[in-house]
Structures are given as C-alpha cells and as structure tokens.
Design a protein around this ligand. Structure first.
Ligand SMILES: O=C(CO)COP(=O)(O)O
Length: 304
C-alpha cells in the first residue's frame, strides 16, 4: 500500500486565510466544490440513509471515573434504549476494562484507549494488544490528540501501533486532527492528510479502521466544529482516501467526528453526508446523554 500513497497536500497549500475571523467555510469553498465533483456521490432518498456506512459512536472515557461512578455509568448504559443500526463502543480506562466487560451489555463493545506498538514483553507500564484481546476488547483508540500532543507520540509510531493492532485482529479507531494554530494558518488539510498518510503507509488494509476526525481546538473546549466545518474536512478526507488508497476504501471507511459533541449538537452534525458517527469524550460519561448521541442516527435517516 505504501507505494500507492503519495502526499496530496500540494493542491491545498494555498489554503491560507487572510484573516483569522474569515470563516473556514468561506475559505475552502471553491476547493470543496472540486471535492464534490470528484468524490463518489451516494444515492439519497427520503427514507434511506445518505451513507450506506453503519453509524458508529464511541465513548472515550479518558482518564475519568472510579469503581463507583463506572458502576453507575454502566447501569445507565444497560438501561438505555439504543437504536439497533449503530455500532456502539466505549473506551474505559485500562484498570476498569474488566469491570466494564463483566457488567456491560454485550450490545456495546469495549475499546482500549491505547496499546503497545508490538508484542508484549519487557515494556514497563505498557498494555499489549494480546492482553486487550484476552480481556475482551474489540477495538483500540490510537493517535488521539492527547497522546500526540501531551505524551508526544508521532505519526510513524502511531501508524506502527495501528498496523500491529490490526494484524492481531483489533479494530482501530484512528484519530487525526489539527490544532488551533494550524487551522488558523490554513493548514488543516495538510495536517490531517499527513496524519492519514502515516496510517496508510503502515497498515495493510482499512477493513477494520474507523477514522476519527477530532480537531484539537474542539476537544474538551465546548467549541464544537460547525456541521459545515466538520463536513468540509470529512469530505476532504474521503477524497484523499479515494485519490491515495482506493475509491472503495473511500466509500466504505467510516469517518466519525469528535470534539465537544453533546446531546444538543449531535443531531445537526449527524445530518452531514460524510459524518458516519461520533467519538465522544465528556458527554460519554453521562449514560442518557450518550444514548441521545447514539440515537442521533435517526436524524441522519430523516435528513437523507
Ligand atoms: O477527545 C474526544 C474524544 O476522543 C472528544 O472529547 P470531548 O467530547 O470531551 O470534547
């Protein structure tokens, strides 16, 4: 796959905004018309979903919770009525995975928030993919901005982790996203494409990969991307996959949005054609609100 992949940022290198107050939407509009004409369009009708991709909603609990609060959260999730046509995953802190696995309904799968880059062994403090599988994890979140920018993981390391996890049969929630200063410098696409390319260079297949676009400026800040801003980037990512991997991968790979998603803003975001679900942080710690986000799939059906 590596040979098929080339950096495709040059065409976007002119995407610098003249002023930080100019909307990103206005700024890239002409480029996105180009995307629209090139990317595969999916049929729509009143009742069918615009995307044939199954909606995917993940709850990233990050480094939050206690045995007690997690018992309550699991109980709320078990009581929640979740739409059937959604893949639902939660990522508890490592130390609570076993507790959650043993008490949470099978309707919801478990993800880890990180995994070691290769086979387990003498790597103090790390958790191996083999161990995650052993305790029933089906997914792992990799490349999260907090691991990139707080812990210092780089693109290549993250790509290798993704490749190893996939080779062992875990699904990968592959996170990417630009920081505020990168967006303000007009580098959103460059940054996202570079991070995407690092995955593409390393992994043999996209079959078990969900891409999570999480603009860093929207994470934990309450500043959610507008539906248009999110859609613009998702469309660009799909276009990048089409041009650099394959049309099939572009169409089938789910691209979910993360960054201050909550029960109030999820419906409008879900209506966007290229938003195939969400990766939720803070709001995933509240069972009923997380259920509302999962069930925003119904807005997608209405919008189609
Ligand atoms: O980082 C996130 C999910 O991985 C998003 O976090 P928030 O929903 O708290 O902004």
């Amino acid at each position: 796959m590596a040979s098929m992949v080339s950096t495709n940022c040059a065409q976007f290198s002119g995407l610098r905004r003249s002023s930080p107050t100019q909307s990103f939407s206005q700024h890239v509009n002409s480029h996105l018309r180009l995307f629209s004409s090139r990317r595969p369009r999916r049929g729509s009708s009143v009742v069918a979903m615009a995307s044939s991709n199954k909606f995917f909603v993940g709850g990233n609990w990050k480094c939050n919770g206690t045995k007690e609060s997690i018992t309550k959260l699991v109980s709320d999730l078990n009581d929640a009525k979740l739409e059937a046509d959604v893949d639902v995953v939660v990522a508890p802190p490592f130390v609570y995975i076993d507790q959650v696995k043993n008490s949470l309904t099978d309707r919801i799968e478990i993800a880890a928030q990180n995994s070691w880059v290769g086979k387990g062994g003498a790597f103090t403090g790390e958790i191996s993919v083999e161990q995650l599988k052993d305790i029933g994890c089906k997914w792992v979140v990799l490349g999260h901005s907090e691991r990139r920018h707080v812990i210092g993981e780089d693109d290549q390391f993250i790509g290798k982790k993704a490749a190893y996890a996939l080779s062992e049969g875990l699904g990968v929630i592959a996170c990417i996203g630009e920081q505020l200063q990168e967006r303000e410098a007009g580098k959103t696409f460059d940054v996202c494409f570079q991070q995407l390319k690092a995955y593409a260079d390393a992994i043999p297949s996209w079959d078990n990969v969900v891409i999570a676009y999480e603009p860093v400026w929207a994470i934990g800040t309450g500043k959610v991307a507008t539906p248009e801003q999110a859609q613009e980037v998702h469309a660009a990512l799909r276009d990048w996959l089409k041009n650099n991997v394959s049309a099939d991968v572009a169409t089938k790979t789910r691209i979910i949005y993360g960054g201050s998603v909550n029960g109030s803003n999820c419906a409008e975001l879900a209506k966007q054609e290229d938003i195939d679900g969400f990766l939720v942080g803070g709001a995933s710690l509240k069972g009923p609100e997380f259920a509302t986000i999962v069930n925003s799939v119904t807005s997608k059906k209405v919008a189609a």
